[in-house]
Design a binder for this molecule. Structure first.
Ligand SMILES: NC(=O)c1ccc[n+]([C@@H]2O[C@H](COP(=O)([O-])OP(=O)(O)OC[C@H]3O[C@@H](n4cnc5c(N)ncnc54)[C@H](O)[C@@H]3O)[C@@H](O)[C@H]2O)c1
Ligand SMILES: O[C@H]1[C@H](O)[C@@H](O)[C@H](O)[C@@H](O)[C@H]1O
Length: 337
């Protein structure tokens, strides 16, 4: 079966996903493309034989030539588009965040539960990154014994113009919230955010970097540095500390150059560069899951839980102490991870 995918949003991420789907994923065809900026949609569509451009994203969702939908439009559009996919009974892979607010994400969960079938996947691609997968395997194999602490580093070279301080939590730290839940298989209970001295290179009153402390059900602690104007490049790292040792995820292995009495290696430009293989595996698994009528990857519940943690993180920006993360009871539909 060839899955016919409709893509909504062909900005940086959507265009990258279209390229990956058409060049590196089996069993799929991009059949329709929609973007508010029609020229942008056209520019992407000309590279994809047979892809139609539809100006109305909701028409794309209901189009008979679309079996499944990939949502890569602005965060504020995710809830409406995912709900439309559920209404149409079509599988959807929605880029993170599932919705900008906890209430919006919960509405998606409740609608999916009413339908009785898991159709929603959320683009937390780190679950497919070979490095993160190795860390999880190491933890499962008990090579470091019981986990105690997780140290995370999340750096972008530059943030998009106008990024507010809350954007560091909702746009960037939200990946770390998902990693904590997925890796440790525990829920997040509290989030605290500290604002270290801000970089003088950051304009407009945004606090950057942030230092985020995450607590989980069993008392594990994760610290997360989020620094989205680190200048030198894009870097994501983590180290899981256990009773007998640690699992350190650094930049992927690459050639280390020695010349002129110095050693050097390349730093990623951005997430597309660092996580290219994770996106490819995520998209392949999603497409294979659609063909097998199975939901794969992060679920709507995972998207909801990460959004609730991010909402607590945003509240924690204004509070001196930790902010609790209160989740609704997990519906039976999401019992298997
Ligand atoms: N998983 C990841 O690592 C990752 C990385 C980057 C971005 N993202 C997420 O992907 C999404 C897109 O991010 P981006 O960096 O490509 O942004 P972008 O601004 O480059 O692109 C967004 C596109 O969506 C279009 N759009 C906005 N509203 C629309 C609507 N109602 N219907 C159709 N098109 C609409 C815009 O015209 C634009 O072309 C965001 O939700 C972002 O958080 C995820
Ligand atoms: O939107 C991007 C994207 O989600 C990346 O994966 C993340 O590392 C960046 O910090 C964020 O700005």
């Amino acid at each position: 079966m060839t899955v016919r995918v409709g893509v909504i949003g062909t900005g940086i991420m959507g265009a990258d996903h279209v390229r990956t789907l058409t060049t590196s994923v089996a069993g799929v065809r991009v059949s329709a493309i929609s973007d508010l900026d029609e020229q942008r949609a056209q520019a992407v569509a000309v590279e994809v034989p047979g892809a139609r451009v539809l100006s109305d994203p909701l028409a794309l969702v209901h189009d008979a030539g679309v079996d499944a939908v990939l949502v890569a439009s602005a965060d504020s559009t995710h809830e409406e588009l995912v709900l439309a996919c559920l209404e149409a009974g079509k599988p959807v892979l929605c880029e993170k965040p599932l919705a900008p607010t906890s209430d919006g994400a919960l509405r998606i969960v409740e609608t999916e539960v009413r339908g009785g079938r898991r159709l929603v996947s959320v683009g937390f691609m780190r679950r497919y990154d070979p490095g993160y997968v190795d860390v999880k395997a190491g933890l499962r194999d008990k090579v470091i014994g019981a986990p105690l602490m997780l140290h995370c580093v999340h750096r972008n070279g530059f943030s998009a113009p106008g990024t507010a301080t809350s954007g560091l939590i909702t746009g960037s730290a939200v990946h770390e919230f998902d990693v904590v839940r997925w890796l440790l298989e525990e829920e997040i209970t509290r989030v605290t955010v500290h604002r270290p001295r801000s970089s003088s290179l950051v304009v407009g009153g945004t606090s950057d970097p942030l230092f985020v402390l995450v607590e989980t059900t069993s008392g594990l602690l994760a610290d997360v540095e989020v620094f989205v104007n680190a200048q030198y490049g894009y870097e994501v790292r983590c180290e899981l500390v256990g009773e007998y040792g640690t699992l350190l995820l650094d930049e992927p292995e690459q050639v280390r150059r020695r010349s002129s009495r110095s050693r050097s290696s390349r730093v990623s430009l951005d997430w597309r560069d660092r996580f290219a293989e994770a996106y490819r595996r995520e998209l392949q698994d999603w497409v294979s899951g659609v063909a097998a009528a199975e939901q794969r990857g992060a679920s709507a519940w995972d998207g909801y839980a990460a959004t609730v943690a991010a909402t607590a993180g945003v509240a924690a920006l204004e509070s001196a102490g930790p902010v609790p993360v209160d989740l609704e009871k997990r519906p039976d539909l999401y019992e298997s991870r």
